[in-house]
Write a protein that binds this ligand. Sequence first.
Ligand SMILES: [Zn+2]
Length: 412
Amino acid sequence: MGRGTNLPRVGDFNQRVVLDRIRRADDGVSRVELAASTGLSLQTISNIVSRLLARRLVVEGERRVEGRGKPRTMLHLDPRGAYALGVHVDPVVVTAVLTDLDGEVVSRRALATPAGPDALVAAVADGVRELLADAGVDRADVLGLGVAAPGPIDMPSGRVIHPPLLDGWVDVPLRDALADATGLEVLLEKDVTAAMVAELWRGNRMRQGTSLFFYTGFGVGAAVAHDGEVFAGTSRNAGEIGHLIVDSDGPRCSCGNRGCIGRCAAPDTLVDEAVETGILPASTARSTPAELDAALTEVCRLAAAGRPAAERVLRTSARRVARGITIVADLLDAGVVVFGGPSWARLAPVYVPVVRAELAAHATLREMHPVEVLGSAVGDDVGAVGAASLVLDDAFAPRPSGLVGRTGAVLP
Ligand SMILES: [Zn+2]
């Protein structure tokens, strides 16, 4: 966690440091405590707190007596002092949320993914208007719009390159198109990176040491954080693990190899295996992402209902994924692995025990420390909440420069 500095040119950084301390103090924090913990002078703290109070990002609470001094006024975050919008673009569903400063969802909309980028941009612009109207939130109180999309993404230009299973999406300037359509500042990130930012914003489990987020949807991806900061990579696309080979006899991948982890966890692989083994009828519709998603739900339902053949399909996939997770966890010396994404809630009952057992039996570093396996703290909407968290993180996280490439300043 950053410490403040009294240099006037980074006053904005100091404000973020102070706001971050207030945000993390569950029982409130006084100006004197802030001065002590940040290294800033009491006068600097008082000036910053006055600005935060004026902006309604912070409220004064109870007065508390500590030691023999006079009572100190506790400061608390005002979660409704500002809002962020987040949109998750997935092949099946587009989810949009409005969150408060705590990252809590205030309003939510979801719709079947429109065909083609132009229709999607128009639908998102409508969705933003509806979310604000639903919540009765003034547009002026919205810090910006975060967008989570399948990677890889050309970050400097904000272009989505060639997402899997999104027809007509080739080299789409999504960030600028959405900024034009909504009039909002737009931040674009890979879905898995956005999900990791949401986990970091909401929970403390990954704030120390190295953690891995594994995303399962139509594609798979990973994100890595160390001491609460996301590892970005050279082009800010780190985490493309889809072609990590985890079973040389596994299903054929579009890359020409067999048993890539992305293929082993893909809904179409699981559904195809379920049809081939007679778990699902041969007539099962599976040509569109929505049909595949529905068929995957059915495989998971049959497994949960005790159909051994359905459970076997999921277990095979889980074992392959677990092998890949073990390699990556060892590579990173990770202490926590968090799973999430659109497929996760359905896969979790079979995947979690398999992954835990594999890590406990085969991770090289198991002698050094346990590797915790957890589900997302945010839940099914982790992509959309993650997108909104990009905005919160960019506006408020105390670091000299934000994680994400920016279209402009957010916090005046
Ligand atoms: Zn491959």
